[in-house]
Design a protein around this ligand. Structure first.
Ligand SMILES: Nc1nc2c(ncn2[C@@H]2O[C@H](COP(=O)(O)OP(=O)(O)OP(=O)(O)O)[C@@H](O)[C@H]2O)c(=O)[nH]1
Length: 310
């Protein structure tokens, strides 16, 4: 055997590691930004409007022998009491039951009542010794780093965190550091996905997420929390995707707001979505967008199921 073969064999002997890692935290701390940065591509939508993430989304990243399967969870909501929120909270609990590690995301230097509620929820959900990492995000916004030491010390008293990781989800080097810290916590087992997999979500699902993101971004704060996007048609013809989608809102007034004067706003939501979908799918996209009124949808569990919230 020549020395080159021997080194290949030695490399093959490094056992594969694979594990599920949940990303939890109150709305707007940067969970989706972190997930996208860890995966290296956009798989979860982001906006500066709280509560954009509603689905369980997995992003996958494979580095050397380790495959990280990330699960994005909706921010823990306490303000709205509708069925939608009960569904969201069930999603958080369902995700925690089968993960190997939890990234508890907060903003560096801040720990408010809303963060405490999420940590309390985690602790109540029977973590059973599962490692929880304190991710102190948005480090770039902290003026005086020296103030962080006493804050971290205080955090240590709240929970027995496995690691403290101050970082900025906007810095690539920080993502590499976090992956290196996480790696030893993944169980030794075969990978669940192919080496180059990024997400287990379909193009159809990603399409609805991207339209929802543009909707949130372009309507600003006026947009009611209770609005959603449903894909009515998704057809693939070679390098072409024909997509028809409905934006579902609760009231006629909301419909007008989304359509905008002369239909300008809806046009913009459509054209920005189409451009992003074309890049993501590397295909030509024809997108038809409709706005429909279904009053009371966010309060009706049957409706929620039919729109894909489980
Ligand atoms: N300065 C700075 N801003 C960040 C960082 N990470 C995220 N943000 C911003 O914080 C805002 C919220 O980020 P998201 O990723 O949508 O937050 P989220 O926790 O997923 O929010 P929900 O979906 O509502 O639960 C966005 O405007 C991001 O650009 C960071 O490291 N530094």
């Amino acid at each position: 055997m020549n020395p080159e073969d021997a080194s290949t064999d030695a490399h093959d002997e490094v056992p594969q590691r694979c594990g599920l890692v949940a990303i939890v935290g109150r709305p707007n701390v940067g969970k989706s930004t972190l997930l996208n940065a860890l995966v290296g591509q956009k798989v979860s939508i982001t906006s500066n409007k709280a509560q954009t993430t509603r689905h369980r989304i997995t992003g996958i990243r494979t580095v050397d022998e380790a495959q990280f399967v990330f699960v994005d969870t909706p921010g823990f909501q306490t303000r709205h009491g509708a069925a939608l929120n009960r569904t969201l909270n069930r999603t958080v609990q369902g995700v925690l039951a089968d993960v190997d590690a939890v990234l508890f995301v907060v903003e560096a230097g801040r720990f408010g009542l809303d963060d405490a509620k999420v940590l309390g929820l985690l602790q109540n959900e029977g973590l059973q010794g599962k490692p929880v990492f304190l991710i102190a995000n948005k480090l770039d916004t902290v003026q005086r780093r020296s103030d962080l030491a006493p804050w971290l010390k205080g955090m240590q008293e709240r929970h027995n965190f496995a690691e403290f990781v101050p970082l900025s989800a906007q810095k690539k080097a920080d993502m590499d550091k976090l992956l290196a810290i996480l790696k030893p916590y993944l169980p030794e087992q075969h990978w669940f996905y192919e080496e180059d997999a990024l997400t287990d979500r379909s193009e159809r699902f990603l399409a609805s997420e991207i339209i929802r993101e543009k909707l949130f971004r372009l309507t600003g704060d006026e947009l009611p929390y209770a609005s959603t996007v449903v894909i009515d048609k998704f057809e693939e013809e070679g390098n072409l995707r024909r997509i028809a989608a409905s934006i579902v809102v609760e009231r006629d007034a909301h419909k007008g707001m989304i359509i905008g004067a002369g239909g300008e706003r809806l046009k913009r939501i459509g054209s920005e979505s189409r451009q992003e979908l074309e890049t993501l799918m590397d295909a030509k996209v024809f997108l038809e967008l409709w706005v429909k009124v279904r009053s009371g949808w966010a309060d009706d569990e049957e409706h929620l199921r039919s729109y894909g919230y489980e």
